[in-house]
Design a binder for this molecule. Structure first.
Ligand code: UDP
Length: 394
């Protein structure tokens, strides 16, 4: 163990993608003897719980700030108020937040108002449209204004921050810790072309083997040999006509080609559930699933012929696994995935999805080519680099 570091770090998260990306940082901080308190806002509740266990994260304080039908202002006000009380007891030197959620913004505001340093993991992502994704694009811009230390996943992210007036000295390019998490779980699940042993941290205790759940293994067996499409969609921008149009296109595509299957972990949001039931339930070779824990989701991504998604994190995971991805969005704050050739932007017109699916089916050149692409989001060493920079600067 290294010499104890004087700083006391409080790590805050509230949603599934935040804990996936912060778990390796938490483990690295603890492995290096740095005083660390883990705080969940519980912005997500049911979605979050299985991830804590899988990623071996123990929560020191649960703010229990999540409620049904909450808006960003509800979450923000509750998290700021509860953190303010917690800061009095914990007196952290640094608060680490991740990404662009309302929890992350609230953490940054609460820390700033108490004179506590803020570190921002996954800094410098911009879609270019302040209203899309909403409210995430504004959340991330505001966090950048507040943060003292910026952990940029890529050189492009760093350049965005510099253009916005942030000093180079405050920025470290670390890669994205989603690669650390994904690679660790993928290796524990078994063979994966991209998960070279070089990513494994030998001193890491979080290396015990994992098995896919029985239900998912059964579906993977049934669909083996088929061209399976993995779908995730839950963003506000997709709700309504775009989402129902996309689901109809996917239903028709699967029905037309009997060597295809659709696997869709359906987000609990009622806007997604209702339209999914109406359009996809009872269709042959369409598997509607509850949200999957991370190992099962990774197993499904690994076996997919094609991924179709409006998620942010999936845009980083597809290049990590070398899987082709159609992005159900008008813009992306992760242009590196598109530039690398792994992802293609569909936009919001379902007719375009139809055309792109057909192209992938009829000519597999692109689908096959992405396996060889270099991952623009790092090599699984992000947590180490984040903690190195934190130790030097906090
Ligand atoms: N994910 C998962 N199970 C699922 C769907 C997604 O583990 O059933 C993971 C996925 O691998 C990614 C993260 O959840 O890392 C993405 O979360 P989400 O799409 O909610 O958020 P975003 O990344 O768009 O902020």
């Amino acid at each position: 163990m290294e010499k104890p570091h004087r700083s006391h770090v409080l790590i805050l998260f509230g949603t599934r993608p935040e804990i996936i990306k912060l778990a390796p940082v938490i483990h690295e901080l603890k492995a290096r003897g740095i005083g660390t308190k883990v705080v969940s806002s519980s912005q997500h509740t049911h979605l979050l719980r299985p991830f804590l266990k899988m990623l071996d994260v123990t929560v020191d304080h649960d703010l229990k700030a999540g409620k049904a039908n909450q808006g960003p202002n509800d979450v923000c006000s509750r998290v700021v108020a509860k953190l303010d009380v917690l800061f009095q007891a914990e007196k952290p030197d640094v608060v680490l937040v991740q990404g662009d959620t309302t929890t992350a913004l609230a953490g940054a505001i609460a820390a700033f108002n108490r004179g506590i340093k803020v570190g921002h993991v996954e800094a410098g992502l911009r879609s270019g449209n302040r209203l899309s994704p909403f409210p995430e694009e504004m959340n991330r811009r505001l966090i950048s204004q507040i943060a003292d230390l910026h952990f940029a996943a890529t050189a492009d992210n760093r350049n965005v921050l510099i253009k916005e007036g942030i000093s180079r000295r405050q920025i470290s390019v670390t890669g994205n810790p989603v690669v650390d998490s994904l690679t660790n779980i993928s290796e524990r699940l078994g063979q994966n072309r991209r998960s070279g042993k070089k990513y494994l941290n030998k001193s890491d205790k979080h290396n015990s083997p994992l098995a896919v759940s029985g239900q998912i293994q059964k579906i993977l067996d049934i669909t083996s040999g088929q061209r399976s499409v993995l779908l995730t969609t839950h963003r506000r921008e997709s709700f309504g006509e775009t989402m129902s149009g996309n689901l109809c296109v996917l239903r028709d595509f699967i029905a037309k080609h009997d060597d295809t299957a659709l696997l869709f972990p359906v987000h609990p949001n009622p806007n997604v559930r209702k339209v999914t039931e109406e359009i996809l339930s009872g269709q042959e070779r369409v598997f509607l699933l509850e949200p999957l824990d991370y190992k099962d989701f990774i197993a499904v991504m690994r076996s997919a012929w094609l991924i179709v998604s409006d998620s942010g994190g999936v845009q980083e995971e597809a290049p990590t696994l070398g899987k082709p991805l159609l992005v159900l969005r008008e813009n992306t704050e992760r242009p590196e995935a598109v530039r690398s050739g792994v992802a293609r932007l569909v936009g919001s017109d379902p007719k375009r999805l139809k055309k792109m699916l057909t192209e992938c089916y009829e000519d597999e050149t692109w689908v096959r080519s992405v396996k060889k692409v270099k991952n623009p989001f790092g090599n699984g060493q992000a947590a180490k680099k984040i903690v190195d920079f934190l130790k030097k600067n906090a």
